[in-house]
Design a protein around this ligand. Sequence first.
Ligand code: NAD
Length: 252
Amino acid sequence: MADPFRMDGKTALITGAGRGIGKAISKAFAGQGAELLLTSRNEEKLRLAARELTTEGAKCRYFPADLSCMEDIEKLIGWINGIDRIDCYVNNAAFTDFSYPTQTGAETIASLFHTNYRASVLLAQAAAKHMTAKDIKGCMLFVTSINAISALPSQAFYSSTKAALESIMKSFAAELAPYGIRVNSIAPGAIMTDMNSHFTPEKVTELSAKIPLGCIGEPEDIGDAAVFLCSDAARYVTGTTLVADGGYLLRR
Ligand code: NAD
C-alpha cells in the first residue's frame, strides 16, 4: 500500500527556509521525497541550508528575497512564475516585536503587517495562480501561532498579524477548494528557535512547567506536523488549524 505521507514528485516552496522552523519543514519534506524551493532574506544562511539539504540528498533551488520589500516580493513572484511545477506553498517567514498595544508605533505596526501578512498573502495569490493555471491539486500551509488564538499582549501586533493570517487562510481554503487545492494553517506553541533566543534557562524551566507535555517544542515537531498537512495523508483536510503546542493552550 502506498504511504500517504510520502511527497515524491511534489515540489514545495518554503519561505523563511534558512533556519528554525522553515529549515525543519524543508528537511522533513525532503525526507518524504519532495523537491524544495527555498527562500529567505539572508542569502548566506539560505545557501548554507540549501547545501546541507543537497548533501543529505534533497533536490533544491533557492532565491533570496526580503519579504518586507515589495520590489523583492515582485522578483520572487517572477522567479515563481518561471518554475514549471509548485505543488505546495508554505508561508513560514515572519518576525516578532515585543511591545504592548498602546506602546507600538506606526512604523513597527506597518513593518509587522508587511512581512508577516502582506508578503504571505501576495505569495499565496501567486501560488494559487500557478496551481489553477496548471491544474495542480496542490496545497498551502500558513505557519501562524497560538498567539493568533490567544493573543499575547506583550507581542500585540505580531499576534494580530497571525490572527489575520488565520482568517485569510479560511477564505483561500473556501475559494480554492473547487480546484482541489487545500489550504490550512499550523499554530505552533513555544518552539526552540532564534525567535526565542532571549529565553534564559530559568525561563525555559518556568515555561516547560506550564506546558502539559512538559517541554518547549523543537522545530522538527512542526516539520513533521507540516508533512501531515501537506501530504496526501491530509487529503480531506482544508480550512483548518492544527495546534502544535504540547497542550500549552489548555493551560494558558
Ligand atoms: P526564526 O526567527 O528562526 O525564523 C524566521 C525566518 O523568517 C527566518 O528564516 C528569517 O530569515 C525569515 N524572515 C524574517 N523576516 C523576513 C523578511 N523580511 N524577509 C524574508 N524572510 C524573513 O523563527 P522561527 O521560530 O523558525 O519562526 C518560523 C515561523 O514560526 C514564524 O512564522 C513564526 O511566527 C512561527 N512561530 C514560531 C514560534 C516559536 O516559538 N519559535 C511560535 C509560534 C509561531
